[in-house]
Write a protein that binds this ligand. Structure first.
Ligand code: PMP
Length: 408
């Protein structure tokens, strides 16, 4: 069912408010998306009618909660074209990536092996690999950028060798908006026998992702960036690797038998889900994926492309604005990161807030990338399915007003 995108905004109660006397122009979707009424209702309904701990009780409520939780596992699997036993629920992308690094990376890496990451990684897909490299004696290698903000694939090919055990990179850069060629990079990594880990935090929710065609070994994303609740994320792993991967957390529910000295763990995915899981959030995530499917991919993609292209153009026309990342085109996702010459991004974002425009300013948890770009911080406008051309016009007008205010 394709829904009219112009009315989608009305599905998000938070967006109808005024901020500082102005309509809220929410342009920080890469940090977190707002939640549609259907997700909020799913959470409320769960707590009002179905709340019980899962997998334990034999009574009706517990069975109902368990059934809903497990249905969402199947729904997530269908959403990314995987199988249900390849889907592990986590706290978010960060937890997923940490578990992959500590539970799998640490197991397969030997001293002198290479881990290849990229200079555009979010700290979540950088620090865990740094830590595992320190633990195992492996070396961390970086894929650098080309002048237009894409990964230098020629240099990537040179880095790949028989020593490469893990290649970990982001599907979409949260700063540059670059969409990386996952399929090609995975194929090249597999040719040298390396495992591929993809950070999908900025991809899922913007366009369809398909594990069968990408063929990566692991993929991670967060519920709160795809219109779902905070506190829930997904770790996808190919069945054979999840079997091999060690749990990082231990406790209730992930075991078959515990004896005084040893424990027999359940099979994946259950062996990773220790303790009480974020049940309501998982159910909310299911409602979010249903909402995305109701709107439809082609509607979402068309709208986000239109809004991003307009933002790119309108900001570029402002003298003193420098935009980072690839030209507007098929390699740019739904965000525009920029600086206004002579104004610190935090000051700019503060002034934009007086106009009701919410953008992110800072290093965006990508300090090595900031160093590469030669800046300490940037301002980022990032879009979701509910953003309209009017939001972008307000952004551009607010940047122009800030320019006058700061007299730059
Ligand atoms: N990777 C990327 C590319 C991100 O943009 C983010 C969130 N900013 C993360 C990882 C971490 O996601 P979370 O905070 O939900 O764990």
């Amino acid at each position: 069912m394709v829904k009219d995108i112009a009315t989608a905004r009305n599905d998000f109660p938070i967006l109808s408010q005024q901020i500082n006397g102005q309509p809220l122009t929410y342009l920080d979707n890469a940090a977190t998306t707002q939640k549609p009424r259907s997700v909020i209702d799913a959470l409320t309904h769960y707590y009002e009618f179905d709340n019980a701990n899962i997998h334990r009780g034999v009574y009706t409520l517990a069975e109902r909660a368990t059934e809903q939780y497990e249905q969402v596992r199947q729904q997530v699997a269908d959403f990314i074209h995987a199988d249900r036993d390849e889907i592990v629920f986590t706290r978010g992308t960060t937890t997923s990536l940490n578990w992959i690094a500590l539970g799998f990376g640490a197991q397969v890496l030997q001293p002198g092996d290479d881990i290849i990451i990229t200079v555009m990684e979010h700290h979540s897909n950088l620090v865990p690999w740094q830590q595992v490299a320190l633990q195992t004696g492996a070396n961390l290698r970086y894929v650098e950028l080309t002048a237009d903000g894409e990964l230098d694939l020629a240099q990537y090919r040179q880095l790949l060798s028989k020593k490469t055990k893990i290649v970990a990179f982001t599907h979409v850069s949260n700063v540059l908006g670059t969409i990386n060629p996952v399929q090609l990079m995975t194929q090249l990594a597999h040719e040298v026998g390396a495992y591929v880990v993809v950070d999908g935090a900025q991809a899922v929710g913007h366009f369809p992702v398909d594990m069968t065609s990408l063929d990566c070994d692991f993929y991670a994303f967060s519920g709160h960036k795809v219109y779902g609740p905070t506190g829930v994320g997904v770790l996808y792993g190919k069945r054979e690797w999840l079997k091999k991967m060690n749990p990082v957390e231990f406790g209730g529910e992930m075991i078959n038998l515990v004896q005084r000295e040893i424990t027999d763990f359940k099979a994946a995915p259950e062996k990773f889900e220790a303790g009480t899981m974020p049940i309501a959030q998982v159910i909310g995530l299911g409602a979010a994926l249903t909402y995305i499917q109701k709107i439809g991919w082609s509607t979402i993609e068309t709208q986000e492309r239109r809004v991003t292209a307009a933002a790119y153009q309108l900001l570029k026309e402002i003298p003193g604005v420098e935009i980072y990342g690839p030209e507007m085109g098929p390699h740019r996702s739904a965000l525009v990161t920029f600086n206004l010459k002579g104004v610190h991004p935090h000051d700019l974002a503060t002034v934009l807030d007086t106009q009701g425009v919410a953008v992110r300013a800072g290093h965006h948890c990508a300090q090595p990338l900031m160093q590469t770009l030669g800046v300490s911080a940037t301002t980022r406008a990032s879009f979701g399915l509910y953003n309209q051309l009017s939001d972008v016009k307000r952004l551009a007008a607010a940047v122009r007003a800030a320019k006058e205010f700061f007299q730059v």
